[in-house]
Design a protein around this ligand. Structure first.
Ligand code: AMP
Ligand code: GLY
Length: 419
């Protein structure tokens, strides 16, 4: 029997842990550090430093480590585990530059002819400002490094673009903004596309649509994601094929050629334009909250699938999805994505989670005196299945309506594009 360690503490890690637990041949799932909801399904352990993780894996004889978030990938956790002969689902530090450096990603696309927005990259403020001369607006200004999803600014005119450039170079995003990208604004519909990779080969996993804006009608500030649904009808069979052929496979070949083969999950943030699918960004991890919807639909063997990637031969036969649709509604703390309060009690979770086609994934909760309290910005991912998107949406909101949490908010229109 196998033991698995999942690294992370959000809704994505809850969904992965929960689904991994249902794999044949798995005896125990650990999650470091997890949260109050994850602790209801698997064993949470407190491991912070990389050497603590290695020691734990040896002591518990862990068969597979699944790394959820980008930071440990960028910090080289997968390399450390691999050197210790511990199977790991997640890419190397060098491969994680696909997410960790937008300039690395864009230069790779240019060199290997992978469709993405036209761009310039800059480490000098004046050069960046000069580049804006004679350009069309809106235009997009991006910090090179990891900025928790906040390092992207869409400038409507030259004045705003110059201001964004100045802010980035004056340290708004720390060293993440010491180099920047300025790129063409792409018009279209966004989609999240996931491929599983073993270093040489990639296979399609699934796709979803995320809702990035905080409020109904796609209004308000950008967030890490306020809800998702899957499958997304805008991603047609033709587009899936195009994305694998023009974006995913060429990227795998390019990464191998550049000496940093990619293994783990390649998450392409796409803009579906009238000139075809274009790559907005790469992530070297699963999406959150996309993963909540995907795991709800997944009915293959997740453990053996992720292990096959870790072992260098991805086995497509372990991929299987139910014909049903899934919708995930994120409940966030009032104020998110800006400053928010922590510590308010959430009632009604048991009742809301009792529907057979609903699973409440926890993103930012803790247990305090027998209550579940909020400790994060995004706090819950109420996720439901249905025979179609409309029914899944109905089921998700039926559960949301039973959750009594006055200090929280959520969007009422998740999946509106598809119903
Ligand atoms: P990124 O972190 O690069 O995916 O950017 C965050 C969000 O900014 C995306 O999800 C898009 O909504 C938007 N965005 C980024 N780049 C572009 C672009 N070139 N054209 C239009 N919108 C963009
Ligand atoms: N939901 C978008 C992301 O995980 O980056």
């Amino acid at each position: 029997m196998n033991k698995v360690l999942v690294i992370g503490s959000g809704g994505r890690e809850h969904a992965l842990s929960w689904r991994l637990k249902q794999s044949l041949g798995v005896s125990q799932i650990f999650c470091a550090s997890g949260n109050a909801g994850i602790a209801q399904d698997v064993t949470c352990v407190n491991l912070a430093a990389h050497d603590e993780i290695v020691k734990f894996c040896h002591k518990e004889n862990i068969s597979l480590v699944v790394i959820g978030p980008e930071q440990p990938l960028v910090d080289g956790l997968a390399d450390i585990l691999q050197a210790e002969n511990i199977p790991v689902f997640g890419c190397s530090k060098k491969a994680a530059r696909l997410e960790g450096s937008k300039i690395f990603m864009k230069d790779l696309c240019k060199k290997y002819n992978i469709p993405t927005a036209a761009y310039g990259s800059f480490s000098d403020k004046q050069e960046a400002i000069n580049f804006l001369e004679g350009k069309n607006f809106p235009i997009v200004v991006k910090a090179d490094g990891l900025a928790a999803g906040k390092g992207v600014f869409i400038a409507e005119n030259k004045k705003d673009a110059i201001e964004a450039v100045e802010n980035m170079f004056s340290g708004e995003f720390g060293t993440a903004g010491s180099r920047i990208i300025i790129e063409e604004f792409l018009d279209g519909v966004e989609a999240s596309f996931f491929a599983l990779c073993d270093g040489k080969k990639a296979v399609e996993f699934s796709y979803a649509q995320d809702h990035k804006r905080a409020y109904d009608g796609d209004k308000g500030p950008n967030t890490g994601g306020m809800g998702t649904y899957s499958p997304a009808p805008v991603v047609t069979d033709e587009i899936r094929k195009e994305v694998m052929e023009k974006i995913i496979h060429p990227t795998m070949a390019a990464m191998e050629k550049e000496g940093c083969p990619f293994s783990g999950v390649l998450f392409a943030g796409l803009m579906l334009t009238k000139n075809g699918a274009k790559l907005l960004e790469y992530n070297a991890r699963f999406g959150d909250p996309e993963t909540q919807s995907l795991m709800m639909r997944f009915d293959g063997d997740l453990f053996r699938l992720l292990l096959s990637c870790a072992n260098g031969t991805v086995e497509e036969k372990f991929i299987s999805f139910s014909k049903q649709a899934a919708v995930c509604v994120v409940m966030a703390a009032s104020g998110y994505p800006a400053a928010y309060q922590k510590g308010s009690i959430i009632h009604g979770l048991e009742k809301a989670g009792a529907f057979p086609n609903v699973k409440i994934f926890h993103a930012g909760t803790a247990e305090k005196d027998g209550n579940i309290v909020s400790v994060g910005g995004r706090v819950l991912g109420v996720t439901a299945l249905g025979d179609n998107i409309k029914e899944a949406q109905h089921n998700a909101y039926k559960a949301v309506d039973l959750i009594d949490w006055k200090e929280g908010f959520y969007r009422r229109d998740i999946a509106w594009q598809a119903v």
